[in-house]
Design a binder for this molecule. Structure first.
Ligand SMILES: [Zn+2]
Ligand SMILES: [Zn+2]
Length: 138
């Protein structure tokens, strides 16, 4: 794949880059992501957190338990998702990538919350809940 992997928010105030290839690319159908993005289905590109650099003073964070969703406070674009329980990885919104067509999702997560009129006829694995194990303790 191309390196570094770069992206940013709608207005350009927040930028990020990753110097290693993504470890995880997926769709998420959960209602939490739906609220956070406003879109019927979300998609994420996950990188090792050590390989990522995020810049931009307009970045704000919404904390919900172990989960932190970051967004640009100027243009409102969702930028990233981070769960402390799987703290080695940070997920960027696929749509925030500069070359989104390069990041083909490999699976669907939380299909039990998928909207009934969303049809995505691919042969990708479909997980009823999360595709990534979280430890039970926060
Ligand atoms: Zn912005
Ligand atoms: Zn989700």
């Amino acid at each position: 794949m191309i390196e570094p992997h770069t992206g940013g928010c709608r207005c350009g105030a927040v930028r990020f880059e990753a110097t290693s290839d993504p470890t995880h690319i997926s769709y998420c159908h959960c209602s939490d992501c739906r609220r956070a993005t406003g879109a019927p289905v979300s998609a994420f590109v996950g990188f090792d957190v050590d390989a990522v650099l995020v810049t931009g003073s307009t970045l704000k964070s919404y904390e919900n338990g172990p989960v932190s969703r970051r967004f640009c406070s100027v243009c409102g674009s969702p930028v990233s998702y981070f769960d402390r329980r799987i703290g080695e990885r940070i997920y960027f919104m696929l749509g925030a990538m500069d070359a989104p067509s390069h990041y083909k999702p490999a699976l669907h997560a939380y299909v039990r919350e998928q909207l009934p009129f969303v049809h995505m006829p691919d042969n990708l694995p479909r997980h009823l809940k999360s595709s990534v194990e979280r430890p039970e303790t926060d």
